[in-house]
Design a protein. Structure first.
Length: 397
């Protein structure tokens, strides 16, 4: 399970809290009057209303006009919002460079949301050269200022070792900070740490509690993670029906983890009748995910297994290699390991022990324990007798 990051569509920040009322048109009228009289908070809020289409017909061009007026007159929140419009290409031609310029100006003026967004930009590397150190600096500043998303992203940086030495204990610290502020993405990520005992003692009940909390807040990957526990973990009482319900909820709401998990239930007949065709359909949905999040790579791996083993389809090593390669390139280490097996055995591809060792080592280095065994076995078999040549590139731990 990968931690849930939030480098995605950026959102507009309202400068004032809009009170719900039966007659939104009267509120809009007030903001128009404020804006006309030179109150730039009113202009910014009105821009956010047009951007969101809240009580009015959505009009990004009008929103840009209002944000620009407020920004030009010193409203730093509006400058940040104008940056969002350029970043997303709403109402203006998409321009990451212009977005960065606006975020930097707003951040330099003390707007923490713009500083946080600028951190996202450096983290993602759009409009700027990717710079994890700069991203961490901005996340730390905004986390200290109470921006819970920044604390969550710091947890991800430390958990994955992006720009810092990998440190699960510090990752847990930041996830805790964000989760305590009711950031449900961080609660999910913290649940993953307890689930697998990374940075904290393994505690399935704690993981379940955190997943349930986030799932109830419509973090659908968390519903899938909870479903995973109920069908997979040996120390937890199996509840395949509950797992099925959770993964259906997750899959139907766009969680590729949920679609993959549901496919596994159909493959093995857990809580459902064995149905290889349905399993293949679900794995394909997950594998075909094009959000770029990497969440669908497990589906590619499992779809590769179906072709590798000839379950529900005619056995096809070439197709399995194609799918394992996609999974491996997407950082799904099971795909790398199984690809190594096919190269070791010469199944669907020319036998290549060097390639097999390389793939086993790649997966082993990322804690794929079964693949570590494969690496050691092949290394002893081949390199014990041939210590030179390509064997010299590998170190057996």
């Amino acid at each position: 399970m990968k931690p849930f990051n939030i480098i995605s569509l950026l959102t507009i920040i309202f400068s004032t809290f809009i009170i719900s009322c039966a007659d939104k048109s009267s509120s809009i009228y007030i903001y128009k009057q404020e804006c006309s009289s030179g109150d730039m908070n009113g202009c910014n809020t009105l821009g956010a209303i047009y951007s969101d289409g809240d009580g009015v017909k959505q009009n990004h061009s009008k929103a840009v006009e209002l944000f620009r007026e407020a920004c030009d007159n010193g409203n730093v929140i509006a400058c940040g919002n104008l940056g969002v419009m350029y970043h997303n290409g709403n109402g203006v031609e998409q321009d990451y460079g212009k977005a960065v310029e606006l975020y930097e100006n707003a951040c330099d003026s003390g707007n923490m949301h713009s500083c946080y967004t600028l951190g996202l930009i450096y983290d993602d590397g759009r409009g700027v050269t990717q710079d994890y150190q700069k991203a961490i600096e901005l996340y730390e500043m905004t986390c200290d200022a109470g921006v819970s998303n920044a604390c969550n992203n710091l947890g991800i940086m430390y958990g994955e070792g992006n720009g810092v030495e990998q440190d699960d204990i510090r990752a847990v610290k930041f996830y805790n900070m964000a989760c305590d502020k009711n950031n449900m993405l961080a609660c999910n990520n913290l649940g993953i740490k307890y689930n697998f005992g990374r940075g904290v003692p393994q505690d399935y009940q704690k993981a379940i509690d955190l997943y349930e909390k986030a799932c109830d807040a419509d973090i659908y990957d968390s519903c899938a993670n909870l479903g995973y526990i109920y069908y997979s973990e040996k120390e937890v009482e199996k509840d395949y029906q509950r797992s099925k319900e959770l993964n259906i909820k997750a899959c139907e709401n766009g969680s590729m983890i949920g679609c993959n998990n549901l496919g596994i239930l159909y493959k093995h007949g857990k809580g459902v009748t064995i149905d290889y065709n349905e399993a293949i359909r679900l794995f394909k949905i997950s594998c075909d995910d094009d959000k770029g999040s990497g969440d669908g790579m497990r589906g590619c791996y499992n779809l590769g297994l179906m072709y590798d083993d000839g379950l529900g389809v005619k056995q096809n090593y070439i197709k399995a290699i194609e799918l394992y390669t996609v999974a491996c390139n997407g950082d799904e280490m099971g795909g790398c390991g199984n690809l190594g097996v096919l190269y070791e055995n010469g199944s669907g591809v020319e036998k290549d022990l060097d390639k097999a060792l390389s793939l086993y080592k790649q997966a082993c280095d990322k804690d794929e324990s079964k693949t570590c065994d494969n690496f050691k076995t092949l290394f002893d078999k081949v390199c014990g007798e041939t210590p030179e040549g390509y064997c010299s590139r590998y170190e057996k731990d």
